[in-house]
Design a protein around this ligand. Structure first.
Ligand SMILES: [Fe+2]
Ligand SMILES: [Fe+2]
Length: 286
């Protein structure tokens, strides 16, 4: 039986995907990524590159001032945001938001906003479900923000074909339909895009396996499980919309991988919901 490729098979998916090439990061994003990875880069230099783009600047300030970060006062400069959030967090947030902008589809603004709202909520809740290091939590947040990005690639490249898969009033596209029509599902194409945009494996691999976290590489299956559980909860709560109105099928191994008790999860949901509801407004813009 032929096995579906995972994010680590980068390049293979593009060759079997017969719609079009995956989009590349804009030049400014590429510059920023090169700067932040270079050892000699300093905060002010990075801030300068971000400030060259007014939309990118507005995005950074909106995100850093959103209730998720609980800043005691309004942060007004990009340089301060970079200092507070850390270079990696800012880089990943900007690249994620740019990915959404690159995939903007005229006439589909509502779909984009709904998906962003859904995804931001999943990222936030998944981050809170993670018990690991700060780095692991940050990777979880970004992987959560991007987990369903593959749906946008289908919509952008084959709008008619993908819309056709929506089952009338039910507004849902199954992964089986995606695989049948495109040769892969939104997890795989999303993971491939993340690798192409230079996201590391702890972010790309969970995107590729967010519906079946036990299939992810062992080092990344905890992040995938956190996103999987958060996705189901956010679907259940009806925050945003991912293009699928049903609560997803549950991977029974996810609880064991996550090692979070039902009582803990209940408390985390309660605490996260307060912020998710408060932040609905800041969700609505990318
Ligand atoms: Fe998904
Ligand atoms: Fe989702």
């Amino acid at each position: 039986m032929k096995t579906m490729p995972s994010a680590r098979d980068t390049g293979k998916i593009e060759s079997i995907f017969n719609i079009t090439d995956l989009p590349s990061p804009p030049i400014l994003v590429q510059r920023l990524m090169a700067l932040v990875t270079s050892e000699s880069s300093v905060t002010s230099e990075i801030a300068q590159v971000i400030e060259m783009d007014s939309a990118m600047t507005a995005r950074v300030l909106r995100i850093v001032n959103s209730p998720f970060y609980g800043m005691p006062r309004k942060i007004k400069s990009v340089e301060e945001s970079v200092t507070i959030l850390g270079l990696n967090s800012v880089r990943h947030l900007i690249v994620s938001a740019s990915m959404y902008s690159t995939l903007k589809i005229p006439g589909s603004e509502t779909i984009l906003k709904d998906l962003w709202t859904h995804s931001f909520a999943v990222g936030y809740l998944a981050k809170n479900l993670m018990a690991g290091s700060e780095d692991a939590k940050n990777d979880t947040f970004i992987a959560g923000i991007l987990h369903d990005i593959g749906r946008l690639i289908f919509l952008k490249n084959a709008p008619e074909k993908y819309r056709f898969l929506y089952k009338g009033e039910q507004r849902a596209v199954s992964r089986t339909d995606e695989k049948y029509s495109f040769g892969m599902d939104h997890q795989q194409i999303g993971g491939e895009l993340a690798l192409k945009w230079n996201f590391p494996l702890p972010i790309a691999e969970p995107i590729s396996h967010h519906h079946s976290p036990s299939n992810a590489l062992p080092a990344y299956c905890v992040i995938a499980a956190a996103i999987h559980v958060a996705d189901i909860i956010v679907h259940g709560l009806g925050v945003g919309n991912s293009g699928n109105n049903y609560v997803n099928e549950y991977d029974p191994k996810a609880w064991n991988i996550l090692k979070t008790s039902p009582e803990q999860i209940k408390e985390i949901i309660k605490a996260s919901l307060i912020n998710i509801n408060r932040a609905r407004e800041s969700f609505s813009e990318i």
